[in-house]
Every structure is written in structure tokens, then in C-alpha cells.
Design a binder for this molecule. Structure first.
Ligand code: SF4
Length: 183
């Protein structure tokens, strides 16, 4: 909670600067505003198992580096190759959160279920939301919506000059999710 409060303190500085036409470079705020401005609709929370796998010392493939050393399933091996059907089943299941609170959550399009490893570590299930983080995330996204409106009223050109060029830049670095920062 304290980390999120400090992120909001930094976020307020970001908004003040944006209203003056300056960008202080707080990348989490920048990403949140980009998602809000573009109407992002995520199907899965992150690139684990999609754009990324992690390899352990035996050569086995995990969803991401955090799952290395866990008792969670692996998805192939560097010698045998990626177990695509197994990975596909995981990703398909990740998109169906109907049995959890995500079903009716107002930030589902931006969060998409939260960090798999955080869920596994806290709830024993890679798909089960960590609900105390959910409250913090909803508060953070609400903060972002307020920030978006404030900047839009004071200096709408900010989005054109600061967000759109960043979106157009191939391979632009993505910030770590707020959930990860709060760990
Ligand atoms: S904040 Fe929680 S309930 Fe909402 S989409 Fe994310 S994980 Fe699901």
C-alpha cells in the first residue's frame, strides 16, 4: 500500500509537469495513461508463455523466470522443443476468468487477471486473483483516469507529443507492472 501511495505521489508530479507540457519520465504512469488513451483491452496479463519463456539449468521451459524452481508445470525443453499444445491450453485458460472476480471487475481490460506468479505464490493457483492487490490496482487505475482527465483539460497536446511518438517507437521499453513494483 505504501509503494502505491508513493507511486501516486510521483504520479501527481507527473500530472503537474504534463499540464505544463513536460514529461518527467515516470514510465508506469506513462504506460497507464497510454492504456487509457488508447483504450487497451488486454486478453492476458503479461507476455509469460507468449513472448517469453524461461529456461532452467536442466533446459526445461517455464512460463517466466519466477516459476523456475517452483513445482508448477514446465512447457517443454530446449532439446525437445516447446510443448505448444500445453502452452496453448494454459493461455486459453488464462483468458477465462469467469469463475473469479475478474468477471465483473471494472479494470479487467487493463489488468487481465494479474501476475501469474503472484497468484501462484499467494493463492496456490496461477489464475486466482490476489484480491488485496486488486483493490490497490483499481485505486491506481482510478488515479490514472483522474490524471488523464486533468491533463486532457489543461494540456491535451501532451498526449499527441508524448504518448503517440512513444507508441510508434518499435521496441519501446515497457515498465514493470505496478503489481511487480509493489512486491
Ligand atoms: S484487479 Fe483483480 S479482479 Fe480485477 S481483473 Fe485484475 S486480478 Fe481480476
Amino acid at each position: 500500500k505504501r509503494v502505491f501511495e508513493d507511486m501516486k505521489a510521483l504520479g501527481r508530479r507527473y500530472v503537474e509537469a504534463a499540464c505544463r507540457g513536460e514529461n518527467i519520465g515516470f514510465s508506469n504512469m506513462h504506460q497507464l495513461l497510454t492504456d487509457i488513451a488508447q483504450g487497451t483491452k488486454k486478453q492476458v496479463p503479461c507476455g509469460a508463455g507468449l513472448g517469453m519463456l524461461a529456461v532452467d539449468k536442466e533446459g526445461d521451459l517455464h512460463l517466466c523466470h519466477r516459476f523456475v524452481g517452483s513445482d508448477q508445470p514446465t512447457y517443454g525443453n530446449v532439446d525437445r522443443g516447446i510443448d505448444v499444445p500445453k502452452l496453448a491450453r494454459f493461455i486459453e485458460t488464462a483468458q477465462d476468468r469467469t469463475e473469479f472476480g475478474c468477471k465483473t471487475c471494472r479494470i479487467r481490460s487493463i489488468c487481465a487477471g494479474g501476475c501469474y506468479h503472484e497468484s501462484y505464490a499467494r493463492q496456490g493457483d496461477a489464475f486466482a486473483p490476489v484480491y488485496h492487490y486488486c483493490d490497490l490496482m483499481r485505486d491506481w487505475v482510478d488515479f490514472g483516469v483522474e490524471a488523464y482527465v486533468r491533463i486532457m483539460q489543461a494540456n491535451p497536446a501532451f498526449f499527441r507529443t508524448q504518448l503517440e511518438p512513444r507508441l510508434a517507437r518499435p521496441g519501446a521499453a515497457q515498465p514493470r507492472p505496478a503489481q511487480e513494483l509493489a512486491r
